[in-house]
Write a protein that binds this ligand. Structure first.
Ligand SMILES: CC(C)(COP(=O)(O)OP(=O)(O)OC[C@H]1O[C@@H](n2cnc3c(N)ncnc32)[C@H](O)[C@@H]1OP(=O)(O)O)[C@@H](O)C(=O)NCCC(=O)NCCS
Length: 218
């Protein structure tokens, strides 16, 4: 689901992992479940960074909510019940990344209208029931979009500010996989010196009760 140059690590449970004192201070007041997911994704991210040859990075959350990655690195984290994931790449080869994971379940009642635009709802309404929860997949693709967008623009992107379209590449025994495009509906000006963002292309996979989406701009 990711191009060369992007290193990913994932886990389906928490691991006992040491935190840097600044990370520990940041998460000290959180409940144990949150501390465990925070530590586990950072452990995974450090493993992935290790594969890039980067050791002992401190991965505190920055003001925007995302991690303050080492200067030469881009990365993204996700956690949901039963899944923790981290992806990283060198900034010189990878402009931005975004990942998200969600349980493969329908969105709760009344959520879809708040996270979709009309054209997306029309497409969803026209789909035959194929056992895939396209509403949750849409949400998952939007969250990955935000994680790819925010670090390079420094700006908010609302659920009404991008339109997602999906392609289904194939079914598997317990799910399916494919690609998606997030068309940006607002001014795509970036703050990283790169070209404005018109759209992101991403991958999705549903397997084992989980949806995972990823975007990597190389
Ligand atoms: C920030 C947001 C995308 C996180 O998604 P989530 O499904 O709630 O949570 P996940 O577990 O998948 O991801 C959490 C990780 O996202 C990362 N994250 C948070 N804010 C981020 C940001 N602004 N940019 C990049 N990554 C961010 C963090 O690393 C966080 O992990 P951590 O708290 O352990 O450091 C979500 O809470 C949100 O605010 N969404 C609204 C914006 C949006 O999605 N717009 C749609 C655009 S089409």
């Amino acid at each position: 689901m990711l191009p060369r140059g992007v290193v990913a690590r994932e886990a389906h449970g928490d691991v006992e992992a040491p935190l840097h004192p600044r990370e520990a201070a940041q998460i000290a007041k959180a409940v144990p479940k949150r501390r465990a997911e925070y530590a586990t994704v950072r452990h995974l991210a450090r493993e992935a960074l290790g594969e890039l040859g980067i050791g002992d990075a401190v991965l505190v959350k920055g003001e925007g909510g995302g991690v303050d990655w080492p200067r030469n690195v881009v990365g993204a984290l996700t956690h949901c019940d039963g899944y923790r994931g981290a992806v990283v790449g060198y900034r010189m080869g990878v402009r931005t990344v975004g990942i998200d994971a969600e349980p493969h379940l329908p969105l709760p009642d009344k959520v879809l209208p708040t996270v979709s635009v009309e054209s997306e709802r029309d497409v969803l309404a026209g789909r035959p029931d194929d056992g895939l929860h396209w509403d949750r997949l849409l949400f998952c693709a939007k969250e990955a979009t935000y994680k790819a967008w925010n670090p390079i623009t420094g700006r908010w992107l609302g659920f009404e500010d991008a339109e997602i379209t999906f392609d289904l590449a194939g079914r598997t025994d317990d799910g399916a996989e494919g690609t998606f495009r997030s068309r940006i509906l607002i001014d795509g000006r970036a703050a990283d010196g790169g070209a404005p963002i018109a759209a992101f292309d991403g991958h999705w996979r549903i397997t084992d009760g989980l949806i995972v989406t990823s975007i990597a701009v190389v």
